[in-house]
Design a protein. Structure first.
Length: 185
């Protein structure tokens, strides 16, 4: 839902959602299924969650938060490991604080899964930014990243603007060239 009646660049949030659905043939930036991963002892069944960057930057909104929570709850009930492949710009600004609440909501489900002594693996793809990296992506028991994946709370342009008042020289002096890369993290 468009609680804020958000518009950016002359496009409403509803128009952005409609375009994302048309482009991806999905109604949400997160897909969930059960998969069997190969192992030396046969196969290991897992709950697999995947952010689709093609759907509004793989961002975390209310629908995605609900889907991830239900995935963790299912994995906990079924006593299955869970893998979340993150490729996202973070929490969805078009939903304001409602999207930020999803960070806490999913984190509670992660904690319940952990208390059940079940494994959680996050795969940090390029990029993994914002509220996702600030919450559940980094709460995993095991975090693996794709080579050269960009990982952080805010992207370089946001940091340059907010922390360095658009002074590129100060940013370059403070932030190494590989800053926010998988290798640096």
């Amino acid at each position: 839902e468009d609680h804020l009646e958000f518009a950016f660049g002359g496009r409403s949030y509803k128009a952005q959602l409609d375009e994302a659905v048309k482009k991806t043939k999905k109604f949400c930036a997160v897909t969930v299924d059960e998969r069997e991963l190969p192992s030396s002892a046969g196969g290991v069944k897992v709950v697999w969650c995947q952010h689709d960057f093609g759907f509004i930057g793989g961002s975390l909104g209310c629908a995605e938060g609900e889907k991830l929570c239900r995935a963790f709850e299912h994995a906990t009930r079924a006593r299955l490991p869970i893998v979340v492949a993150c490729r996202t710009g973070g929490a969805r600004m078009q939903e304001g604080t409602m999207s930020l609440m999803q960070m806490a909501k999913v984190s509670v489900a992660v904690d319940a899964h952990r208390r059940a002594a079940l494994p959680f693996v996050s795969v940090l793809e390029d990029p993994t930014y914002g509220g996702v990296s600030a919450s559940f992506a980094m709460q995993a028991d095991v975090r693996v990243a794709l080579p050269k994946a960009r990982i952080g709370f805010a992207g370089p342009d946001v940091i340059l603007n907010t922390m360095f008042a658009m002074d590129q020289d100060k940013y370059d002096a403070a932030c190494p060239a590989d800053f926010q890369s998988a290798e640096y993290c």
